[in-house]
Ligand binder design. Sequence first.
Ligand SMILES: [Fe+2]
Length: 268
Amino acid sequence: MNVQRLIAVRDRNRPVGVEVHTSMQLPLRRATRRLATPPPEPAQIEELHEELARLRAQLADRDREAAQRELQLRASYEATVRALADAVEARDAYTARHAERVAAYGLEIARACGIDTSESADLEFGFLLHDIGKIGISDTILYKPGRLTNQERDAMRRHPVIGDDIVRGIDFLAGARQVVRSHHERWDGAGYPDRLAGERIPLAARVFAVADTFDALTSDRPYRAAASFTEARHVIANAAGSQFDPTVAAAFDDISDARFDAIRVALA
Ligand SMILES: [Fe+2]
């Protein structure tokens, strides 16, 4: 068939009237089918409503199950972290429940700094595990009653780095690492291990530093009695801007003695 005949056959078969673009053909066919379909019976509509209600109930069940699983997972993470923190403290009879109190004081100070502590357990895990690196310090150094030699002091000062190495590979402790590694940094840059200064120190570690000192000062030690809250507040205020972030120190000072006392009594 030559080209002229081909064109003639095509033109003969083309329908007369408005040409419909191919992209519109499918929706038009569907609409035509819908018009041809009779409206659903009330019983069918009722069935559809019931099916929808069933699906909604299933979705709600799944949401509840997911929330429940998340709670269980968080509880098991928390139990693991507490067991690890207890393992660290078991080596030092004088710091019993120190990590738990520091965690509670720290969360109180964090909230006073405007940090939302309800969403994630990272802060609490960091506070509880801050000294996990002490697992890697020898008993001779850890329990030495007198002054440490320079070499021993250097070995002791490795505990934040050892701790960082321990928690590094554990996904759910990623947020806690900041406190584990940086809890001995100082606002003026004279701390360790990285000699970070000012806001380069993670906020969680700056909050921890105040909580840790407050608990150390207000706890009995074999060589001295516990300081009063007022004395501890003075020490912390005097070190604001050198050892401590002044903003965190001020937020700490706004918390009442009654709040701190409730924690101390609960975790004595
Ligand atoms: Fe430490």
